[in-house]
Design a protein around this ligand. Structure first.
Ligand code: AMP
Length: 190
């Protein structure tokens, strides 16, 4: 199995690149943000529990997020592999993912971090606000999400670096160029 984590701040292009990667490698895409949004839309119990937290740009508690992620993996028993997008966002989540994958005889193959400067991020995000319609893309909420990234999520990188599983890719440039850089690295994980 090829189990990838695509890592990067809000606006780094994780969603766009994930779409292309799942097609190339036939992976199941697990975007915790997308799953939460679907729950909110369908007004499930989980959706009601997290909608306020997400609207404010805060992180959903680890216990809730981890339980949901494990469910998603279990639902896709016959998958050739997974691409985790927007997860893990904390070291506790990274540890939980490692433990869960180990329990089913699997592991993370590699983690690719999209490197984007804060300046570029701000520019992209301003554009996205005009088109996305996501409540958590409003300027103050987005600022909060970026803060969450730099205060909590960034600490996940050394966790994987210690395991020798971290690679970085320049996330600025043409979509196709970035995709090529990603696939060159990912092909070495196989
Ligand atoms: P995203 O689409 O990945 O930017 O996620 C949107 C929002 O969903 C985040 O700002 C968080 O509120 C919540 N969320 C998504 N993934 C996670 C996660 N792994 N841990 C905690 N909260 C998450």
């Amino acid at each position: 199995m090829l189990n990838l984590v695509l890592f990067g701040p809000p606006g780094a292009g994780k969603g766009t690149q994930s779409e292309k990667l799942i097609e190339k490698y036939q992976l199941v895409h697990i975007s915790t943000g997308d799953i939460f949004r679907a729950h909110i839309k369908n007004q499930t119990e989980l959706g009601q529990q997290v909608s306020q937290i997400i609207a404010e740009g805060n992180l959903v508690p680890d216990s809730v997020t981890i339980a949901m992620l494990e469910e998603e993996i279990k639902k896709n028993e016959s998958a050739k592999g997974f691409i985790f997008d927007g997860f893990p966002r904390t070291v506790a989540q990274a540890e939980a993912l490692d433990n869960f994958l180990a329990s089913i005889g699997q592991e993370i193959s590699g983690v690719v971090a999209l490197d984007v400067t804060e300046e570029e991020l701000t520019e992209r995000i301003a554009k996205r606000q005009q088109i996305s319609g996501r409540a958590d893309d409003a300027a103050d909420k987005l600022q909060k999400r970026i803060e969450e990234y730099f205060s909590k999520t960034i600490h996940v990188l050394p966790y994987y670096e210690k395991q020798g599983k971290l690679d970085k890719v320049n996330g600025i440039g043409e979509i196709e160029t970035i995709f090529k850089s990603l696939t060159t690295i990912i092909d070495q994980y196989k």
